[in-house]
Ligand binder design. Structure first.
Ligand code: AMP
Length: 542
């Protein structure tokens, strides 16, 4: 017997309809690219998204077309996502921090037909457009007054373009498994891989993400996503926030400490999300200029491992709870978040911090296990680490055009490429990327764990650990550090600081200081580049 419930396809248009119907006047506040703050609400966002959909359809775009965006987090970018999805076309977020050659490759692979671009990135699109044969039109996210001269033949100012529609349009209906969005992962080897989200996966992911043990967002929240929409599906926040009716505050192009502080306080933000680098900048700003964060309740931190000193500063000094989260582009992107279960409720001090340094446990909708190289499931003992595998309704089952098929097995488990352990209460801790683990004497050393301890040193700004070849042990760790401004730590200082905090045999064989550690376009440490840089370096122990 089949259930007798209605067919109500999980389409993303339903999310903005819900926000506009049930929370119509809830504000969407943005720092505009032109400069001033801009205020609108869900009813207006929906109204303008309908105009976008109407115009796109009139101009011949439709189901399955890839429509790119290269834009900061603003109300206009949000409208574009819903307008594009509303006709069954696919928003394709472009990361402007990638190299132009990579962007051209990605746009050609996706066959983008149109791009919505912020003023900031117009020069980049001007350079790319001649290299992307599929690209027919460029819409610049600004008004006539701010529209610059451009040599692009088919470019219009967004606000002018919108005047051509009245918004009398109904969202298109289609199967919920239809593609809604697309985001390429910045793979460190080979070509980038396209991840394709569906309407169903986006809607389910948003329902999963808002739960109390996940992002914990409600209509009373005031959410500031600093993570850009072009990183890993914007952590799903462009859907989760309207779904809950929370106020949405967006940073536009400014993510420095002073600008973030201004938004947090003036807009009374209760919940915010970004990578650790953003929080280090904010904390440095607060250290230098003073200030309090009276409204901030929760800081969601992910993308790379969150150093203990960041957790400590937010919780002990500013009274905001840190939620350490892990995920990936392929997971829409949430995988685990670190809420405190009753099993750990009594912990305080360093014991609590040790739990909060883990990436937490998965919400309903993410299954997770750790296996050895022969795919045997490893015990949940908090120390045995292996390959982290996941599955769920918002986890990729293939890449666009099927590159990297080997990452998905017959039982639909996706090999994340991360190495982790899980403890008895289900808390997962990432110890490395599979390709970054250091193999010393047949045992694995976690580079991330050493890095996390090293950045706790008051004179160290950033740390990265790589494995260098060693005649006896196969590989041994080299610690690469950036000094804090005005400080002069020595190798002995740093090693002394690590002593007793990590296993003896994990102690780096050497410490070197550099001016800068290379980063990927998503702000993660680029270990491949670092390994290249130190390829000929000989460890003193070798
Ligand atoms: P991306 O798809 O670009 O978001 O990258 C996903 C990868 O970032 C994951 O596979 C992890 O290696 C890393 N990552 C994300 N969040 C964390 C975290 N909280 N701690 C450590 N690594 C993380």
């Amino acid at each position: 017997m089949r259930g007798l419930m209605q067919d109500w396809p999980l389409l993303c248009s339903k999310v903005i309809d819900h926000a506009a119907n049930e929370h119509p006047l809830r504000e969407v506040v943005s720092r505009s690219v032109e400069g001033p703050m801009h205020r609108t609400n869900y009813r207006e966002v929906r109204g303008r998204a309908l105009k976008i959909a109407q115009l796109l359809e009139r101009e011949g775009y439709g189901l399955g077309d890839r429509i790119a965006t290269m834009a900061w987090n603003t109300w206009r970018h949000l409208e574009c996502w819903y307008g594009i999805m509303g006709i069954g076309a696919i928003y394709h977020t472009l990361n402007p921090r990638l190299f132009p050659e990579q962007l051209a490759w990605i746009m050609n692979d996706a066959e983008d037909k149109l791009v919505f671009v912020d003023l900031t990135f117009l020069p980049l699109i001007e350079a790319l457009a001649p290299k992307v044969a599929s690209l027919k039109k460029v819409i610049v996210l600004t008004d006539a007054q701010h529209m610059p001269e451009t040599k692009l033949p088919n470019a219009v100012a967004y606000e002018e373009w919108l005047k051509g529609a009245d918004g009398d349009f109904a969202w298109k209906e289609f199967d919920e498994n239809t593609a809604a969005g697309m985001c390429y992962t910045s793979g460190t080897t080979g070509n980038p891989k396209g991840v394709v989200y569906s309407h169903r996966s986006n809607v389910l992911h948003s329902m999963i993400a808002q739960a109390p043990d996940a992002m914990n967002i409600s209509s009373s929240s005031r959410m500031l996503p600093i993570v850009p929409l072009f990183h890993a599906n914007g952590w799903g926040i462009a859907l989760t926030t309207p779904m809950t009716g929370a106020t949405l505050v967006m940073p536009g192009p400014k993510m420095d400490g002073a600008s973030v502080y201004q938004l947090l306080t003036e807009e009374r933000v209760t919940c915010t999300a970004a990578v650790p680098t953003v929080w280090l900048m904010l904390l440095q700003h607060l250290e230098a200029h003073g200030g309090e964060l009276p409204d901030l309740e929760r800081v969601i931190i992910g993308g790379s491992a969150c150093p203990r000193r960041v957790i400590e500063a937010f919780q002990n000094r500013y009274g905001a709870q840190v939620v350490h989260a892990w995920g990936m582009t392929e997971m829409s992107p949430l995988g685990t978040l670190c809420a405190i279960k009753p099993e750990y409720a009594g912990l305080t001090g360093d014991d609590l911090l040790a739990v909060e340094e883990t990436q937490g446990f998965p919400p309903f909708g993410v299954e997770m296990k750790v296996t050895d190289d022969e795919n045997r499931t490893l015990p949940r003992d908090g120390k045995t680490f292996g390959r982290l595998k996941v599955r769920g309704p918002a986890v990729a089952k293939a890449y666009y055009k099927d590159q990297g098929a080997e990452l998905f097995d017959d039982e639909r488990w996706f090999d994340t490429g991360d190495v982790a352990h899980i403890d008895q209460h289900g808390y997962m801790k990432i110890t490395d990327r599979a390709k970054d683990v250091i193999k010393s004497g047949g045992e694995w050393i976690s580079s991330i764990e050493i890095e996390n301890v090293a950045v706790g040193h008051p004179d160290v700004a950033e740390a990265a650990v790589i494995g260098l070849s060693h005649p006896k042990w196969d590989e041994r760790p080299l610690l690469v550090c950036v000094k804090r401004e005005g400080r002069e730590p020595t190798k002995e200082d740093v090693l002394g600081f690590l002593n007793g905090k990590i296993a003896k045999w994990w102690m780096p064989d050497d410490v070197v200081f550099v001016d800068e550690i290379p980063h990927t376009a998503a702000g993660k440490i680029r270990k491949t580049a670092l390994r290249d840089e130190f390829r000929d370096y000989v460890l003193p122990t070798a």
